[in-house]
Design a protein. Sequence first.
Length: 258
Amino acid sequence: MKKCCWIIKTFFILFFITHFLIGCNNTQNASESVLSCILLGYDSIAIYQGNSSKMSGLERGKLNDSVFVNQIIKFAKEQSGNLNFKVAIKPTASGDVGTNLKKLVDLLNKNNIQNRSIDTLDDIEEKKFGIESLQKYLSPQPLNLYLPKDDSHEPKIDQSILKDAITVITFENEGIYAYSGTNIKSGEKYTYNQFRKFLLDKKSRGDIYVIIKPSKSCTYKNTVNMLDEMTIDNIKKYALVDLTKDEEKYLEELKLKE
């Protein structure tokens, strides 16, 4: 029961801070350009470079150890010219990992290290560190979860703004379908880079309101990445809400046309 309680607590901490997180390139590869940061809980972190079969340069340290974390930042900054580089953040099912996640993300934000993503531990990593990935305890379909904008934890959308809002439907691992106003058929499919250009273009014309709607096929990671895109693009007004049955049906029709 005690373990269940802290897992649930960590779950909500994680979703509270997901608007700080990013990661358009979601699949970790074997490149030495990947820096994996495994959050072991209670301020502990393990880092290594490359794929999990080698774990090159594996080190363990504490997030409150300035010398250790500065090594992470220094390495990440040295890779700034490498387009393939990313920081893979991997939370584990351990105590206080939600707080640790926020600490690390705040540190990366402070140092303008943006090419990062939330990833899941693989079997090799779980065996090596003797701990499970946090995502195993989270729902793969976060349709009923909301950013805590108010006491009810459910964002209230003023119907009068829908005609000018941008609605974003996320599906599968990286899928994005977005449209302006109320006509879903006027939208287009986007990659994350294309969507960012679309969003910034709209923002340059004035304030915008973004409604994010994960579909049933949307992965946990895609939801996290889209929430973080709001932070990257400095979108102040947005909400995470359920997809309607009509929208879900239309999304299926779009997939059949591929």
